[in-house]
Design a protein around this ligand. Structure first.
Ligand code: ADP
Ligand code: MG
Length: 272
């Protein structure tokens, strides 16, 4: 798969993502207030937080889908200064519930990821089709290319969404709950593929996840959002604490050490 470099090489030490004092209001309601976030090149950062905390909104802002003047810098370039095509070569997003175009095959859908490499009014090349087949193979989807997307199971479709983002060849992946529709085996498969690509191709990952144990096993660092603000940030053991989860999720959990990070076990609350 071709991973063409961004138009300019950023200076060494420049973070992949830098968010400073991000405010987002939607429909007149403040959704994010004063959010700071840094993701180093090659790092995997996972944003957690209860429903409605603003996780998807934060990823949409970083992906350039919301106006965010000055607050967001990608690989040293202010996000607002990036043209659409240039941005697509840098950032690939898997939305929480992507739109499924009716009648579209898996191959054609994943080929959409190659759009930034196909000349305007041009057609995809053999290299584009090869890149798509390579990614389909990596995600255990070989043989699915002719299937209509709408006929796939939720988990198969989720892997196709990820395939489209990987085929895009961007160096920064934004994954909004990439595993929520998957069974436990495919959750691990998808996260392992992403981690392998991260190690082999230097990808940077900014994700949101609801499974806190899985989140902690794969993330280098975590950020907890609640009511549109960062309430904790640090390594998984620093963020996945019984106290923080009780305060911000109103959850009763036990946190036990695991080989790759803390494991969060829901425990039925005792009656008073
Ligand atoms: P999360 O992904 O953490 O569950 P979201 O970022 O999707 O949270 O949403 C954060 C808050 O913003 C929610 O309260 C949601 O209802 C609200 N919200 C999202 N989109 C809009 C919109 N277009 N207009 C008004 N409010 C919105
Ligand atoms: Mg969300």
């Amino acid at each position: 798969m071709s991973r063409e470099p961004a138009s300019r090489e950023p200076a060494a030490g420049t973070p992949a993502v830098e968010v400073r004092g991000l405010h987002v209001a939607l429909g007149g309601t403040p959704i994010l207030t004063g959010v700071d976030l840094t993701v180093a090149v090659g790092e995997w950062v996972t944003v957690i937080g209860p429903n409605g905390a603003g996780k998807s909104t934060l990823l949409r802002a970083v992906g350039g889908l919301l106006p965010a003047p000055k607050a967001i810098t990608l690989f040293g370039t202010p996000s607002a200064a990036l043209r659409r095509r240039d941005r697509a070569r840098i950032v690939a997003t898997v939305a929480q519930s992507p739109v499924v175009p009716p009648g579209m095959s898996v191959l054609d859908y994943v080929l959409l990821g190659r759009t930034p490499y196909i000349p305007t009014l041009g057609r995809e090349s053999t290299a584009d089709v090869d890149a798509v087949h390579e990614v389909l193979g990596q995600l255990d989807l070989a043989g699915f290319h002719r299937r209509e997307l709408a006929t796939l199971s939720g988990g198969e479709r989720q892997r196709v969404f990820l395939a489209r983002a990987l085929a895009q060849g961007a160096t920064l992946l934004l994954l909004d709950e990439p595993t929520s529709a998957l069974d436990i085996g495919h959750q691990q498969d998808v996260l392992e593929v992403v981690d392998q690509l991260r190690r082999e191709h230097g990808l940077t990952v900014l994700a949101t996840m609801h499974d806190l144990s899985l989140a902690g096993e794969y993330a280098d660092r975590m950020v907890m959002l609640a009511a549109g603000q960062v309430v904790a940030a640090g390594t998984p053991p620093e963020v996945l604490t019984e106290e923080l989860l009780a305060t911000h999720y109103r959850a009763s959990v036990r946190v036990v050490p695991g080989a790759h990070g803390p494991l969060v076990v829901p425990v039925r609350p005792t009656r008073p």
